[in-house]
Structures are given as C-alpha cells and as structure tokens.
Design a protein around this ligand. Structure first.
Ligand SMILES: [Ca+2]
Length: 213
C-alpha cells in the first residue's frame, strides 16, 4: 500500500512540468490606460507606439500598435517589453496574438532573451517568432514552436525579457509597416503550483487512509 503511494507521488512529480501556470504578463490585453506595466524598448529614432489602439483588437477593446512611419537606412527598432524572474531549469512558454500590415524591409516579432542577475543579456534566448512580409490577420505566434530545451532557463539566468518589437534590419532605405499585438501570454513554473500539488498529495494520502480502515 505504501509502495503504491510512493509510485503515485513519483508519477505526480514527473508530471509536474505540464502543470498549468498562470499568465505572468501584466495587462496582457492592453486594456489599461497607457503604458501600464509595459517598459520602453527602443533603439534609434523611435517609431510610433500606441498602447491604446482601438482600430483592431484580438480581445477586449484595445491592443498594442507599432507603426514604422519613417524611412531609415540603419538599424532601428521600436517596441515594448516586460521582465520576468526565472530560476535555472525553469521551462517557460507563451506567445502573443499578432496582426500585421504592409510589412516591407521590416520584421515584426516576439523575442525572449535570458538575462543575468544584473539584467544584462546572457547572449542567448529563445528564437524569435516573427512575420517579415506583407499582411496577415490575427494569428497566435507561439513560443512552443521552439523546443523545451530552448525554452529552459540556463544556469546563469535570473530573468527573461519578453519583447514585442518592430525592427528594421538595416538593409534597406525604406522600412515600413504596422503591427498589432494583443493577449500576450508568458508562463514560468511557479512555487504556487508546487504548493497546490503538495496539497493534492496530502489530500490523496488522507483519502487513502480513510479507504484503508
Ligand atoms: Ca485587447
């Protein structure tokens, strides 16, 4: 009987990585007024960032809209980001809904980069999920297209940047386009999940004791 419980407990621990985690993104649907918890993330002369766009949404009544409205012949990037704490070995996941229009010499993407404790870049990250040409209607851009090994926090990681951006790769003299982002999603394994799992196991033990007598 005790052996059976150990097997059940071990199975539960093995199944743990698939345990559902809460969305870590603040104001993920851009429904709040203005920038809210989102942080500036720009290089060079800045294009337009609208945190309260209402002309196209995936959910609710607002979205994030990035517009490249000027000509450039150099690297230029406009975007926003949030930073989440991670522990080495954490397997993160997420994505974002994206709609893009008339992209030319430009990339619209979600990018996640591992950061050290001092928040400098580790130099590695999860590959980008992007669109580079033309137009497309709302589509979920998922980090799940990258392997769990690529989504696992390395030994020196303390944080991860979650970036929504519009980037001119510096190869053309005209970079134009518009992208909307909405319903951002990012999950990191949480201690709260372990607590819930522990409560479940205690409950399981309790019910076993009852059934034994
Ligand atoms: Ca929204």
């Amino acid at each position: 009987m005790k052996g059976l419980f150990v097997v059940l407990a071990v199975s539960a621990v093995i199944a743990m990585p698939s345990f559902a985690c809460a969305n870590a993104v603040g104001d993920p649907g851009f429904e709040g007024a203005g920038q809210g918890p989102w942080l500036d993330y720009n290089w060079g002369p800045q294009w337009t960032v609208n945190y309260d766009a209402a002309d196209s949404v995936h959910g609710g009544s607002q979205s994030l809209k990035l517009t490249a409205g000027s000509t450039t012949d150099t690297w230029e990037m406009t975007g926003t980001k949030q930073v989440f704490a991670v522990n080495p070995g954490d397997v993160v996941d997420g994505g974002v809904w994206m709609k893009w229009q008339d992209l030319s010499n430009i990339e619209a993407y979600l990018e996640c980069k591992w950061l050290k404790a001092d928040r400098s870049e580790l130099g590695t990250g999860i590959g980008i999920v992007h669109q580079t040409t033309g137009s497309g209607d709302w589509q979920y851009q998922s980090l799940s297209s990258w392997s769990s090994a690529e989504r696992t926090a390395p030994a020196d990681a303390a944080y991860i940047d979650y970036r929504l951006t519009l980037l001119a790769p510096g190869t053309g003299t005209s970079a134009t386009g518009t992208v909307w982002f909405d319903d951002a999603q990012f999950t990191v394994p949480e201690p709260a999940s372990l607590f819930l799992l522990g409560s479940g196991l205690i409950g399981l033990l309790g019910s076993r004791k009852k059934s034994v007598k």
